[in-house]
Design a protein around this ligand. Structure first.
Ligand SMILES: Cc1cc2nc3c(=O)[nH]c(=O)nc-3n(C[C@H](O)[C@H](O)[C@H](O)COP(=O)(O)OP(=O)(O)OC[C@H]3O[C@@H](n4cnc5c(N)ncnc54)[C@H](O)[C@@H]3O)c2cc1C
Length: 395
């Protein structure tokens, strides 16, 4: 055994670094994080960074609200005046056509308000005062969350890692975990590219690479890998952070938008994406049809983009569960192992609180919010955490 630690974390994305950081804050003892490449080099680097507490699943709403509070006082959380999440609080508008989606928006806003989250239904005139470029004649419900915004996933994960390191954690980029050490049904450490490591508890935050964990643990994961494409556009006038983010539930792809690169608009879709078989070597070719479709949806909602220009496109991967919500906590039948996977395209906004909850669980402390709704076994029990927006990353 080359070394030992009290808690080992696998994965240095937003989730793994947040877990390591909160472990050190809660006095976990010797904490080591293993990242096979570099901190924030995985799917965190692909993220659009949107932060909102608008969810149809109340558990997500509560977790997003708690996370937003941490993003808002990020320097205080890290205890370093220089620490920044790159937070831009530009607000969030969600628009829905008549019917089920309109009802879902109304219900979600009601729930948010009951939880004390600042959110309201607004009329078209109020929405246009916030975002004068919007065409809204075809929408039936408009929700507004002024405290929402976006942050920089790379910065966040880097600061979590730095904060953890300062509090004594060992952060080990470039060290791949290759297996679990077990004593019967108990996980007692890790195999790494640099030798075996004993650990009191192992927490795996491997996102789309969680298939390897499943093989080591001999379990089947309720997770697929889905590809999601993004594009940016520009038009004559700069599209800046003075515009709230927009979620368009009336569009075929359920598009979301935000300002990017100072003057462009980023467009992503909230649909089911394209399933891929492995995180490496997948086909990342984005079709011109897809770009034209999203460009048309954008121009419909913001007619100024009818004269717009496509700038660039890229794609990223989600670790998607059948109910589009994360799996957090222990793995049935295995002691000493906790997991955080299946973030399903909305894990960045939840990362500060997921970090805290898993750190609490690893240390046997009461968790601030219940982890049971996110349990691994919910799919086998036919008790999914399904929201009223259906498949896709609104949840
Ligand atoms: C295109 C796109 C847009 C998104 N937009 C948003 C958004 O607007 N808002 C939002 O909230 N969320 C968004 N998300 C989701 C969010 O970014 C992710 O849920 C979150 O960043 C996941 O963090 P993570 O730590 O689980 O994963 P990752 O960042 O992927 O981290 C996992 C890490 O584990 C490491 N690893 C894997 N295997 C091993 C091993 N064997 N040994 C050591 N290390 C290993 C990997 O190298 C990787 O760095 C988006 C995601 C994508 C792809």
């Amino acid at each position: 055994m080359s070394e030992a630690c009290d808690v080992a974390v696998i994965g240095g994305g937003a989730i793994g670094t947040a877990i390591a950081f909160h472990l050190t804050r809660l006095g976990a003892g010797r904490v080591t994080l293993f990242e096979r490449e570099q901190i924030a080099g995985g799917t965190t680097a692909q993220s659009s960074g949107l932060l909102r507490a608008h969810y149809s699943v109340p558990e997500n709403m509560a977790m997003a609200r708690a996370s937003l509070a941490m993003f808002e006082d990020f320097a205080g959380l890290i205890e370093d005046g220089e620490a920044s999440a790159g937070l831009v609080r530009c607000g969030y508008l969600i628009v829905a056509p008549p019917g089920e989606r309109s009802r879902a928006v109304r219900e979600a806003i009601g729930r948010q308000r009951a939880l004390g989250i600042e959110a309201s239904l607004v009329d078209a005139a109020a929405a246009r005062a916030l975002h004068p470029w919007l065409y809204l004649d075809d929408v039936d419900a408009i929700g507004y969350e002024p405290g929402a915004g976006f942050a920089d996933p790379n910065l966040v994960a880097s600061w979590f890692a730095r904060g953890a390191r300062r509090r004594g954690a060992r952060i080990r980029p470039g060290v791949a975990v290759t297996g679990l050490l077990r004593s019967g049904s108990r996980v007692c450490g890790l195999r790494t590219a640099e030798g075996d490591v004993g650990a009191g508890v192992v927490i795996a935050a491997m996102n789309v690479w969680s298939g390897a964990l499943a093989r080591w643990a001999g379990v089947e994961l309720p997770m697929t890998i889905t590809r999601h494409d993004l594009a940016s556009f520009e038009t004559g006038e700069p599209y800046t952070t003075r515009f709230p983010m927009v979620k368009d539930l009336a569009s075929a792809g359920l598009i979301y938008t935000r300002s990017t690169s100072g003057s462009q608009i980023l467009v992503g879709t909230g649909d089911e994406g394209i399933e891929v078989s492995a995180p490496e070597g997948y086909d990342a070719d984005i079709s011109l049809d897809w770009i034209a479709e999203q460009g048309a949806a954008l121009a419909h909602r913001m007619p100024k983009f009818a004269e717009g220009r496509f700038v660039t496109s890229w794609s990223g991967l989600y670790d998607t569960t059948p109910d589009w919500n994360p799996v957090l906590g222990p793995v049935p039948g295995l002691d000493g192992l906790l997991v955080a996977f299946g973030l399903s395209g909305h894990g960045f906004k939840l990362s500060p609180m997921i970090g805290r909850l898993l750190a609490q669980a690893a240390l046997g402390l009461p968790t601030d919010l219940p982890l049971a709704p996110y349990r691994f076994s919910r799919f086998a029990e036919n008790a999914p955490l399904r929201g009223s927006y259906g498949a896709g990353a609104v949840s």
